[in-house]
Write a protein that binds this ligand. Structure first.
Ligand code: TRP
Length: 456
């Protein structure tokens, strides 16, 4: 593919919103709260922020540099920048990771559609906390309902991917992202004004550093990579559509800040509400699907119309946030098949959708009918999550950082960070230092420690 016939994002704000659209998704609103809940709340958040700053942002900048310089799908990008070396496997690993993530991510994305329907048909009305728990369990272990939603969600993703980069991805992100942000703030205000909400705020913001252990650090690192869409060439692929005027450092900082704010807002929306109604913060993947309907009922109990509108709108926006992320996951794999195997975009997309449908099928059923289907000792759904977020993403993040920090010619890095000497890059030295030393050794250290070799 030459520079000319490759698609591009149309505007600067489009670049930021599309990248932030990829980053902001179920990772922030569904995964962050339950990981934080499982690991002590405030303690997790502190470690998480360190992971974003020291590991996540440098790796994001590295992906941007690789993608924009090579202007190719992620596997080809490594091949172009490091011909005839094994580096191309980092790109290929990313493509595989993307498929695996999309396989279970789309299941949860499908759940948001079910909740849109329940909200539209006003099924939350008059229900109590216990009813929401029972309803969620009944739904998620049902054999066919989640599968239908999974199918519809993947179909929607497929449709946008086939429409192409600028018209599909960019236009959708521009409208949906800001709306989600506004609604989130309104819901935070409702949640923290519920009686008994203070406990949730304390849980979220009061770190207890004596509770930091290697499992928590691995979880926080995995969450940082997952939430920022790193370690599978996703932002690398998006960067291949950036213009030569895009300021890579600023874009990375904006995406990191937006993503972290949305995650913390999601925590602020969920924990006060969870404590207010007596739901344990470590409820796991069901957390938001149980606490939120409750918030709508409790907070707006006296104003049924508002309760109704808020819940419908929230699930629509959650589905939209998930959609801008599934698009980005799908795009990586589609771009790879399209450019490497010369399939048409349509055919490439059909293959990806089918593979993810099959993975999603097993992931979804492993929560109910097929609960004895296991990988790495967890059910298939949790196994996919563990394998991708806590192992594959950090490993390929470590390799990406090393690639730019050690292998890539510094002139290329400088050229990309300064847009060929047209803008300043005051953070150049810090970025190189983080990429060379901090990110690779930090990630390796966390792994070795978690495996138990160091026993710190
Ligand atoms: N970051 C997205 C979220 O938070 C999910 C996602 C999209 C992702 N693209 C990715 C995760 C690439 C890891 C790698 O919901």
């Amino acid at each position: 593919m030459t520079r000319k016939n490759r698609a591009n994002f149309g505007s600067k704000i489009g670049v930021i919103l599309a990248s932030a659209g990829s980053a902001v998704g179920l990772g922030n609103i569904w995964r962050f709260p339950f990981e934080a809940g499982n690991h002590g709340g405030g303690t997790f958040i502190v470690v998480y922020i360190f992971c974003v700053l020291l590991l996540g942002l440098p790796v994001m900048i590295a992906e941007f540099i690789i993608g924009r310089n090579a202007r190719a799908n992620t596997a080809r990008a490594y091949q172009k920048l490091a011909p005839k070396t094994a580096w191309k496997w980092v790109g290929r690993l990313g493509v595989l990771t993307g498929c695996l993530i999309l396989g279970y991510y789309a299941v949860v994305a499908g759940w948001t559609l079910e909740y849109i329907m329940q909200a539209v048909f006003n099924q939350f009305k008059g229900q109590q906390a216990g009813d929401f728990i029972a309803a969620f369990n009944q739904f998620s272990t049902n054999s066919w309902r989640p599968l239908i939603w999974l199918f519809l969600f993947l179909l929607g993703t497929h449709f946008i991917i086939v429409k192409g980069v600028e018209k599909g991805i960019e236009r959708a992100s521009k409208i949906l992202m800001p709306s989600l942000f506004i609604l989130l703030i309104i819901l935070v205000i409702c949640s923290i004004s519920l009686p008994g909400a203070e406990k949730g705020i304390t849980f979220l913001f009061k770190p207890d550093l004596s509770k930091v252990n290697s499992e928590l650090i691995l979880a926080a690192m995995g969450q940082a990579f997952f939430s920022l869409s790193l370690g599978m060439g996703c932002l690398c692929t998006y960067a291949s559509y950036f213009s030569k005027h895009t300021d890579l450092t600023k874009t990375a900082l904006s995406v990191g800040v937006i993503d972290s704010i949305v995650a913390v807002l999601a925590g602020l929306m969920i924990f006060p509400a969870a404590f207010a109604v007596g739901i344990q913060p470590d409820a796991g993947p069901s957390l938001i699907f149980i606490t939120l309907p409750n918030v709508f009922q409790q907070a707006f109990g006296n104003f049924p119309v508002i309760a109704y509108l808020a819940s419908v709108l929230f699930y629509i926006l959650l589905a939209a946030a998930a959609l801008t992320s599934t698009i980005s996951l799908h795009e990586v794999v589609t771009a790879y098949l399209h450019e490497e195997f010369k399939f048409t975009r349509g055919k490439a997309a059909r293959i990806v959708t089918t593979v993810c449908l099959v993975l999603g099928f097993f992931a979804s059923l492993s929560l109910g009918a097929l609960d004895n289907l296991k990988i790495v000792g967890l059910n298939f759904f949790e196994g996919l999550d563990f394998l991708t977020a806590k192992i594959m993403l950090p490993i390929s993040g470590m390799l990406t950082a090393s690639f730019v920090g050690w292998y890539l010619d510094k002139k290329i890095v400088w050229g990309e960070l300064t847009n060929s000497n047209t803008i300043k890059a005051p953070l150049f030295k810090i970025i190189i230092f983080l990429l060379k030393f901090v990110a690779p050794t930090g990630i390796a250290f966390i792994f070795i420690n978690e495996i138990g070799l160091l026993n710190l």
